[in-house]
Design a protein around this ligand. Structure first.
Ligand SMILES: CC(C)(COP(=O)(O)OP(=O)(O)OC[C@H]1O[C@@H](n2cnc3c(N)ncnc32)[C@H](O)[C@@H]1OP(=O)(O)O)[C@@H](O)C(=O)NCCC(=O)NCCS
Length: 406
């Protein structure tokens, strides 16, 4: 157990039972194929298609040690199934993909590589002209160790990049797709996803100091809807004002984009701690002059180790950047202190704020709170495939923050 006491704040007691969810049957092991007898990665007999439920569950069993070590295998399988039912993913918003052999029967064919995509709302703006559209977020790219190094993930990604342009996006097609590479910048760049800024501010947790009165107040679930609406309106206004001949794009910071993270967080904290958090961020200032941050806790170490447990700031918003800096700094300092306390309470090793824009970075520096600025070169490299004219590198990805991750 962590040394810090975890607060019971939702009145649910210490019940880490998620067994009321429909259990995912543990599938039979995958059929065994000798890789040397399988088609070459360039073979026309390979196809990009969708897995059966059993093929999907077999893949989850394989990915559990890598992406679900904070959970038991049973809970990880249940989480992955649950994550097909939450905002963004539900009603077909998530699609599972596999590369396999065209003429072999489902459930008796090799899954040569796999991944998933989630449909999200996005906009692209150039000199005030707004295009509403779809962005696909790609996640969980995985090849069974026995099939690795044979070009199967490469084949899958090169097909997927093309297919996603026309996937669930109407006649106009998707605007772009994004992914977050944990294997550096080269692999996905080779297949058309250009690396974008991938930095973060890292802050250590800290218990609340006695007697310090905060100017910020915690944000709960019920406040998210209004904040997401204001955020989207401000972001749209900002993009529309950029008339510099460049294309500016953003994934919309809409309520569902936050709920996806929070329901994932709820599932994990329920399994790990037996309860769910109530503090989802913090806000300071009067309406119209507010500063806020929304966050979620992500776990890879679980209770076994703190490493890999992070309180991720999903989004920071400064409603009016023209307010006096001292006021904004006071608000942000208080917000960060609440985040530090939450991180300490919930067994997180660090707080991460992804790609803070210059004004937010300036304000963080002025708070006097100790932080480290990290430029990532291997993990979570934000990467974008652009589906319109011109190279992806010329596109300006605005609000490239953690809320866009999946
Ligand atoms: C990454 C992965 C999907 C590649 O699958 P694969 O079918 O072996 O891929 P391919 O044979 O098409 O290509 C292998 C390429 O990936 C690169 N690669 C694999 N693992 C890598 C790593 N950890 N770091 C950097 N590059 C890596 C190889 O160097 C090789 O590069 P090359 O094309 O220049 O030769 C597979 O190794 C895997 O499932 N790893 C564990 C899960 C993972 O990390 N997924 C990526 C999450 S973003």
């Amino acid at each position: 157990m962590p040394s810090t006491a975890i607060p019971t704040t939702n009145g649910e007691g210490n019940n880490n039972n998620v067994s009321h969810l429909v259990p995912v049957p543990i599938p039979e092991p995958a059929p065994n194929f000798d890789p040397s007898t399988l088609p070459d990665a360039s073979s026309p007999s390979l196809i990009l298609t969708h897995p059966t439920p059993a093929e999907r569950a077999r893949t989850w069993r394989l990915t559990h040690p890598m992406w679900g070590p904070a959970l038991t295998e049973k809970d990880y399988l249940a989480r992955e199934a649950y994550l097909t039912t939450v905002p963004l993913a539900r009603n077909g918003g998530i699609t599972h993909w596999i590369l396999t052999v065209r003429d072999m029967p489902p459930d008796a064919r090799p899954v040569l590589s796999s991944c998933e995509s989630i449909r999200k709302k996005a906009i692209s703006v150039r000199d005030g002209k707004v295009t509403e559209g779809v962005c696909h977020g790609i996640a969980s790219v995985f090849t069974d160790p026995v099939y690795r190094g044979r070009g199967y993930a490469s084949r899958m990604m090169s097909e997927l990049g093309r297919v996603l342009k026309g996937w669930q996006a109407g006649e106009e097609g998707a605007l772009f797709s994004v992914l977050y590479s944990d294997i550096g910048k080269q692999f996905y760049a080779k297949h058309g996803w250009a690396p974008f800024e991938s930095s973060h501010v890292a802050i250590r947790p800290r218990k609340r100091e006695e007697g310090v009165k905060e100017v910020a107040v915690p944000i709960g679930y019920h406040e998210l809807a209004e904040l997401a609406c204001v955020d989207e309106r401000l972001l749209r206004k900002d993009l529309a004002s950029r008339r510099d001949g460049r294309t500016h794009v953003a994934l919309l910071p809409e309520l569902d984009a936050f709920l996806w993270h929070m329901m994932r967080e709820d599932f994990m904290t329920k399994c790990i701690f037996g309860r769910t958090p109530t503090v989802r961020g913090a806000v300071a200032g009067k309406p119209g002059q507010r500063v806020w941050a929304i966050w979620m806790r992500g776990y890879y170490g679980g209770l076994k180790k703190m490493e890999g447990n992070t309180l991720h700031v999903l989004r920071v918003v400064v409603e009016d950047e023209n307010r006096p800096n001292e006021e904004l700094v006071d608000g942000l300092r208080s917000i960060i202190r609440i985040a530090q306390h939450e991180a300490a309470e919930w067994f997180a090793q660090e707080i991460h704020v992804w790609n803070p824009p210059p004004k937010v970075k300036f304000l963080i520096e002025k708070t006097g709170i100790e932080f480290e600025f990290v430029n990532r070169d291997k993990d979570s490299i934000a990467s974008l495939m652009w589906y319109s004219e011109g190279p992806a590198e010329e596109v300006n990805w605005v609000a490239n923050e953690k809320y866009a991750w999946c």
